[in-house]
Design a binder for this molecule. Sequence first.
Ligand code: ADE
Ligand code: ZN
Ligand code: ZN
Length: 249
Amino acid sequence: WGQNGHRIVGQIAQGHLTADTKTALLPLLEGESLAQISTWADEMRSNPNTFWQKNSSRWHYINATSEQGHFSHSHDNSEHKETVSNILEGMHFAINTLKNPKSTIDAKRFSLRFLVHLVGDSHQPFHAGRAEDRGGNRIKVSFFGQPTNLHTLWDSKLIENENLSFTEFAQFIDTDNTQLIAEYLASSPQQWLLESHNLATQLYKLETDEISYSYIYEHTPVVKTRLQQAGIRLAGLLNKIFDSSATPL
Ligand code: ADE
Ligand code: ZN
Ligand code: ZN
């Protein structure tokens, strides 16, 4: 997602943290909110001559193979940041670092920043798209006559078209529905990516490359559901890591 998508996910998650989780996060957040730290992982990529500029772009996505449900990842080989080669390994790495009592505070701080970002990206359908078109980046479309691509349409155009601040957007799509929340939480990072992959498979079948009202009307609800799921699931993950007494809701 673009900046607003990530901030919306962070903002929704913030409202679903338990008191104990909030307390545990204080030293890691250093006065910032989950929305504020959510875009750090993208900002780091433009920091010249750093590990992150050279190595982290692959942390943001995964390309599925033709076989449904199987991603080309080497599973829990993600103990060191140097070995992370896709978003699933990135999430595992960040979760493991946050759980490990031996991790330094700096390692925990950047793992939290990455986790908030990557849970968001794992819900963007085209972050689990096809390798050959770079997750839709190479598929040209127009948005109300302006040239863009399918990936950017989903990262930001459909969100920006709503003309809401991230706090307004988060408020509009947040939910207290305990049934829905329980459903969202009963899934793993691998399943979130499979959901994204299945959505992308449908979304690659474009009826027209001229995107306007009818496409927006049909697909903005999907964007909203994915951002809502990401926010709830991020909170669920953080509560599980930081609050041993947290109930699943
Ligand atoms: N960004 C760059 N390459 C990508 C890919 N293959 N899938 C998704 N996002 C990408
Ligand atoms: Zn993207
Ligand atoms: Zn990203």
